[in-house]
Design a protein around this ligand. Structure first.
Ligand code: NAP
Length: 345
């Protein structure tokens, strides 16, 4: 199987290349880069080492342009580009390849919702109907037949996986408060002052609170798609760490529940799912899932007040890992192929 990665030099693109190199069913990799076409892949990512790059032989182990990649007709194209650019470019591959887009460009069915959240119209409104939201545990059947998969955002995955079982069962009164803490790599490889080491180390705080953040719209749209009636307030924070998302979610339930009922509910929805871990005791931490494709969920209940805790690696289950999981589902490969259930510490 031949896979291309657009945006190879970015964080998620770089990680996609590493996953594909280890993937048992991928035989050929086409690294695509606008800024580094013609450069050796191992030069761009020295961490790859000097051997084990046989899968990149078609391009001479160098990065190619988008135009060159089109002539190579990959089976699957991962688009790891900024929003607006991503949809415009990967849409061009749709006649020959399955697209898995890591940007927000195909995540909303409704172009007006995208425009409101992103301040500009989506680049390919004509393709929104064809896109499937790639939250693997919830849209498995549709992903298996999709040619255009919109990989969900990292914050969004950390909120939706714990919330959807409760929303589906209509257990939440209305208001949901999602407090999320993100590692700095969540912003991509940017050189803005606010992302400099001296600005971010020993420093944490909230930004774009309430319903202002773009990802709030994505969380709300997906919850409404399951069952209407909830109202999400999203409080994102930047935390002084490189990778990871920790979300602490607070809500009032329609009735008091016992902890055994909560455990049974999560087992009903996620029992047998390889990449969702349910903590029956204690709260999960980002370090528990670093480098793995897992999202771990814990909870604390006091009468009708329920608090959920979810953690994931923003670059893995929050981006490149879930993208590989989507490829596995779409092409009928083992769901866990090329992915790690256990991370590093
Ligand atoms: N970082 C995360 O945790 C995360 C999580 C979920 C989703 N995402 C989404 O995944 C996408 C990639 O994120 P990232 O964190 O990997 O970003 P990044 O580190 O900033 O990399 C993006 C890459 O896109 C290419 N690029 C940048 N500007 C471009 C332009 N104007 N035209 C064409 N190509 C351009 C560059 O690669 P080349 O020069 O090599 O082409 C760049 O390295 C984004 O849409 C982001 O929102 C990121």
């Amino acid at each position: 199987m031949k896979a291309a990665v657009l945006g190879t030099s970015g964080y998620t693109g770089q990680l996609l290349i590493r996953f594909l190199l280890e993937h048992p069913d991928v035989t050929e990799i086409v690294p695509v880069s606008s800024s580094q076409a013609g450069e050796k892949l191992a030069g761009m990512d020295p961490g790859l080492g000097s051997s084990g790059l046989e899968k990149v032989k078609t391009t001479g182990q160098t990065c190619v342009t988008i135009e060159q990649a089109k002539t190579m007709k990959p089976d699957v194209v991962f688009a790891a580009l900024p929003h607006q650019k991503s949809g415009e470019v990967c849409g061009q591959f749709l006649e020959t390849s399955v697209i898995i887009d890591l940007s927000a460009d195909f995540r909303f069915r409704d172009a007006a919702v995208f425009t409101k959240a992103y301040g500009a119209a989506p680049p390919r409104p004509d393709l929104l109907d064809r896109a499937v939201f790639g939250l693997c545990e919830w849209h498995t059947a549709a992903i298996k037949h999709a040619d255009l998969i919109a990989n969900p955002g990292c914050y969004v995955t950390s909120a939706l996986l714990p919330l959807l079982p409760l929303v589906k069962e209509k257990l939440i009164k209305e208001k949901i408060i999602v407090n999320s803490f993100s590692g700095i790599s969540g912003a991509g490889k940017k050189t803005e002052v606010k992302y400099l080491y001296c600005e971010r180390t020993e420093n944490a705080g909230a930004y774009s609170p309430g319903t202002q953040h773009r990802h709030c719209a994505e969380i709300q749209a997906e919850l409404d798609g399951a069952v209407k009636g909830s109202q999400v307030f999203f409080l994102p924070h930047l935390a002084p760490m490189k990778r990871g998302i920790a979300s602490t979610i607070a809500m009032e339930l329609k009735k008091a529940m016992h902890r055994d009922e909560i455990i049974a509910l999560y087992k009903k929805y996620y029992g047998g799912k390889p990449f969702v871990g349910i903590r029956e005791k204690g709260q999960p931490e980002t370090g528990d899932v670093w480098g793995s494709n897992r999202c771990d969920i814990g909870f604390h209940i006091e009468g009708e007040n329920l608090f959920l805790f979810s953690v994931l690696d923003n670059l893995v289950k929050g981006a490149s890992g879930q993208a590989i999981q989507n490829m596995n589902l779409r092409f009928g490969l083992g769901e866990t192929a090329g992915l790690r259930r256990h991370g590093e510490f």
